[in-house]
Ligand binder design. Structure first.
Ligand SMILES: *Cc1c(COP(=O)(O)O)cnc(C)c1O
Length: 395
């Protein structure tokens, strides 16, 4: 028998990855994550970040972050429920509630643990969680941590959702319907008004994960609930502070009742140290910037329309995107990866996304347009797409 410390079972699995050609090294960034980056030592146009508004390296966020560090220090020093709840955490929650036009907002250290912690805390045995089949991994994990039963409906298929509701309404106490707000692989928007209608018809609660809608949809980035004017009709409106907002963290906005319960039962808040002051300072500044002006979101949408239109005119298939997420669907997995490699030769970085993340045969490169890109950078990227499309016989 081999020595237990050799982790032979993992070595075997790693070898399998290598045999399948999917073992990889991570690209390394040597600059802030902006429209143009230094990637593995090379200057390239970046069409892969979630830094939608260009906030992650914004001078105002950096200044606010430094000021918060000067006042409160580098770390919060404890979990919130002991002595890690600083004035700055409370200030952020009040500001977020106002921004989201909800009674209250409860913050977490990341969007991921917001989903994992909230879903578990608000459901129990005797309840059922009904989830869109394409929901994010953190929702799936949150549902797994819950003692509630689970059911899946077909992606954005309201007949399928109603069937599941009808079949289960009688057996369960509470029903929680969960959906992503914007689906990150295709950029399509959840049919939230119809979901809310069905939820009201069957007396179910609703939970939306607005990771890619926060800072993107709605008035000045208030999110999907604002976009569809559904205030007061979605029980749990979750968002991230790590994508458009440019820092890290997550929150769920909703009622004061929701807040009071999470404050006692959300495990990531009870058992993990609260967000560091510097991060909170940056987030507060970002939310203030959005409340002051729509110029950031306007530029984001202007840029994404511009880019999408140009790619469409060339003959690329950008799928069913309704947001700045712009997939360019290539088809075969190997071809999508080759497309991405060739774009990089032209100094444009767009990551390839293939099976099992998306269905077989729908391999794609996924472009994330931001407010930070100049029209000139977008033109250069489009030119690279054209060259590679011709080289590979796609156009
Ligand atoms: C990115 C993402 C998350 C996780 O958010 P983080 O703040 O990065 O942890 C959760 N849900 C969805 C849909 C996401 O895209």
């Amino acid at each position: 028998m081999s020595n237990v410390h050799e982790l032979t079972f993992l070595k075997e699995k790693i070898q399998e990855l290598k045999d399948q050609g999917v073992f990889r090294k991570l690209p390394v960034l040597y600059s802030p994550n902006e429209a143009e980056i230094i990637l593995d030592g090379k200057k390239v146009i970046n069409l892969s970040s979630n830094n939608y508004l260009g906030f992650s390296n914004h001078p105002r966020l950096k200044k606010a972050s430094i000021e918060a560090i000067e006042k409160y220090g580098a770390g919060a020093g404890a979990v919130r429920t002991i002595v890690g709840n600083m004035g700055i955490h409370e200030e952020l929650e009040e500001l977020l509630a106002k921004f989201k036009r909800e009674e209250a907002a409860f913050i977490y250290q990341s969007g991921f643990n917001c989903n994992a912690g909230t879903i578990q805390a608000i459901t129990e045995a005797g309840d059922i969680i009904i989830s869109d089949e394409l929901n994010h991994a953190s929702i799936i994990d949150g549902a797994r941590l819950s003692k509630a039963d689970k059911a899946i409906y077909k992606h954005s298929d309201m007949n399928s959702l109603e069937e599941v509701l009808k079949k289960n309404r009688e057996q369960y106490k509470n029903i929680l319907i969960i959906t992503d707000g914007v689906f990150s692989m295709d950029g399509d928007i959840a049919k939230l008004p119809e979901i809310v209608e069905l939820a009201e018809k069957y007396q179910a609660m609703t939970y939306v994960d607005d990771a890619h809608g926060s800072g993107v949809l709605g008035e000045s980035g208030r999110g999907i609930v604002d976009h569809f004017d559904l205030h007061g009709r979605v029980d749990f409106s979750m968002g991230t502070l790590s994508k458009a907002i440019g820092a890290i963290g997550g929150y769920v906005a909703g009622s004061q009742t929701m807040y009071d319960w999470l404050n006692h039962r959300a495990r990531p808040v009870l058992f993990s140290t609260s967000l560091p002051p510097g991060t909170i300072g940056a987030i507060i500044e970002a939310i203030k910037m959005l409340m002051e002006s729509t110029k950031y979101t306007n530029r984001l949408w202007d840029n994404s329309r511009y880019f999408k239109e140009k790619l469409g005119k060339l003959g690329f298939n950008t799928g069913k995107s309704e947001t700045p997420i712009t997939p360019v669907i290539i088809g075969e997995e190997a071809k999508a990866m080759e497309f991405s490699r060739r774009l990089l030769n032209h100094n444009v970085f767009v990551s390839a996304i293939v099976f099992p993340t998306v269905p077989k045969g729908t391999g794609r490169v996924r472009c994330m347009v931001t407010a930070d890109h100049t029209k000139e950078q977008l033109d250069i990227a489009v030119e690279a797409f054209k060259k590679v499309g011709n080289e590979m016989g796609i156009l």
